[in-house]
Write a protein that binds this ligand. Sequence first.
Ligand SMILES: [Zn+2]
Length: 327
Amino acid sequence: MSKPSVQVVEIGRFEFREMPVQPPGDDEVLICVAVTGLCRTDLKIVRVGHRDLVLPRVPGEEVVGTVEALGRRVEGLAVGERVYVYPGVWCGRCPACRAGAENLCREMQIMGFHRDGGFGPHVTVPAKSVIPLPDGLANDEAVLAEPLSCVLNALELGRLQTGETIGIWGAGPAGTLLARAARALGARPVNIEPDRRRRELVGGRETPGEERFDVAVVAVGAPDAYRAALAHLAPRGRLVVFSGLPPADDRPAVSFNQLHYLEQTLVGAYGCSYRHGQDALELIADGRVPVGDMISHRLPLKRLDEALTLVEERAGMKILLDPWQED
Ligand SMILES: [Zn+2]
């Protein structure tokens, strides 16, 4: 017996649909989805649209499940194995791929954006995108490897070093993971978050005070946060542009003289590479980045609308969806 998938048919409207389960192609794997993570990007995808979205689409880029069938040419994976899915499909030949930045591949296909994702009982993915779960790692925790991977990419691009200070604007799921990953790397994170409820797990402060940070990461889509982060950047500091801005707010507010005299760097970060998925799973599995306490809701997929409202109102922390759960 199968279950319906969520299909976004137009921006602002999705339907529950039973989708036919296709046998995997030669180099593909059919995965029975155990759990899928919901994030702010999904809210964008369903309600306002996204640069990389192609409709109609089954969203869901944070997927953990069990291998159900293998394509003819697939080796090294077994039916029944629990896996995490790196959400990108990359060419492996272009300059970005050769530099280890598959997320910038010129032929990048993102699960849930260009290809159907995990908001359904099954998803078909290329075998090379799949990473087996470390033993003992729970499915629900493994899902957070996707947002953690994006965080690791951001910290890498920000060249965060042991002992450095890092100011993180926002204390939602991404801001919390940024702080925990930074601490695992031996850095000293401070989250800047006006909402006291959001600071509950990670601590932090309402305002940055007088402090200047070696690295600043903005994990809220607000131009004011970018202005504040730039104002609190130390000499030789690196500002990581981690959150996109609504197009109407995308105004440069940068003093190039400040960058010049203080030798500061602005660097963008978007998504993650395959190797970040491997690192993220290890960090979660061995407890260096704890994530269990971040899961605030676990809902049946059929309650997606309610889950999206929780994300919109910032009422939860990490929300997981289960396509098989009844109520
Ligand atoms: Zn490529």
